[in-house]
Write a protein that binds this ligand. Structure first.
Ligand SMILES: [Zn+2]
Length: 339
């Protein structure tokens, strides 16, 4: 089934630049037979700086992989982590001026429906897309609408779309973003979360992490076909008819590199205390390229809402927000408006 050879675009998938510099293949890979395909490559575009898999696995090889048993990254994971991520994303959307109450919100790759449930609690009319049967069942159990594909939505349009840890898997980024934009009402917002190649952890990795066999800059090669920075993600969005309203990051990442006792001591544990006010759950989307704790930190640091907070907690929240807004976190979290 995975007999099809890798395919090469031969030019940058974002800017069509033809000056592509070959990079060493990451030593650590994800995807079993897919990663073992001969002839895969990793390149950096000299014009726009985007790093991308080229030659990449063919569409047939990718779809065989995602439909197979090997791929479990989008199984619903830790529900509490999923809830934190959802709360963080919704807080960032609100911070960027997106309105949830009364809005029609679509979550592409909705997993267990945690973001949908949180958005519904905030007054949105919600709908999810997820190809996985278990995701559809999890949504149905909560009374959340979930369909298997964008096509299954027919002509429906939305005021806001969330897509978390999907874009880096998509062979044609610009075509996919155009497809999402076509579903947005004029001025509608898109909230994207993808791994951040410019994270502090990625920047530190060449010296002491790569030597241990991991590659923090090109995680989940080759199923992650794209390694975005804020700059290249902005370029992709602009080229697709969006204007970026807010860029931040989530997930400290560096806590995973520190000994647990030290992380706890200096407050790098970064797991916000559960709050009774937190809306319900989100799940999938975790997994392969998505490491780094505290997924919802950006929003919670931004919000700190309504809870009795000590001066120390407020100071820590402000510090976290500065860290995330300096784009040092593990995941880029960008809100853009349809132009
Ligand atoms: Zn380029």
């Amino acid at each position: 089934m995975v007999s099809t050879l890798p395919v090469s675009r031969g030019r940058c998938g974002l800017c069509a630049g033809q000056a592509l510099e070959s990079l060493p293949l990451p030593r650590s890979t994800v995807g079993g037979a897919l990663a073992a395909l001969p002839g895969l490559g990793l390149v950096r575009c000299r014009a726009c700086g985007q790093e991308q898999v080229d030659p990449r696995p063919s569409d047939q090889a990718l779809s065989a992989f995602y439909q197979g048993q090997d791929y479990t990254a989008h199984e619903p994971v830790d529900d509490a982590a999923a809830r934190r991520r959802a709360a963080g994303q919704l807080a960032v959307i609100t911070r960027a001026g997106g309105v949830l109450s009364g809005a029609r919100v679509l979550d592409v790759g909705c997993g267990g429906g945690q973001l949908l449930a949180a958005a519904r609690a905030a007054g949105a009319q919600v709908c999810g897309v997820d190809v996985a049967m278990h995701a559809q069942a999890a949504c149905a159990a909560q009374g959340l609408e979930c369909v298997a594909s964008l096509e299954a939505l027919g002509e429906r349009s939305f005021d806001g779309i969330v897509m978390s840890h999907v874009l880096e898997h998509v062979p044609d980024v610009l075509a996919y973003l155009a497809q999402l934009r076509a579903r947005l009402a004029p001025g509608g917002w898109l909230c994207l979360e993808v791994p951040n190649r410019g994270s502090l952890r990625a920047r530190l990795s060449p010296r002491w992490v790569t030597s241990l066999g991991a590659d923090e800059r090109h995680r989940a090669f080759p199923i992650h076909l794209w390694y975005f920075t804020q700059d290249t993600l902005t370029r992709a969005l602009t080229a697709s008819g969006f204007a970026v309203a807010l860029s931040t990051t989530s997930g400290f990442g560096v806590d995973a590199l520190a000994p647990r006792w030290l992380a706890a001591r200096v407050g790098l544990g970064l797991r916000p205390q559960p709050s009774a006010r937190q809306p319900s759950a989100r799940g999938a989307g975790g997994g392969e390229g998505d490491a780094g704790g505290g997924e919802g930190d950006a929003g919670l640091a931004a919000a700190g809402q309504g809870r009795a907070t000590t001066a120390r907690q407020r100071a820590r929240g402000a510090l976290k927000r500065r860290y995330f807004d300096a784009l040092l976190g593990e995941n880029l979290l960008v809100v853009a408006r349809s132009r």
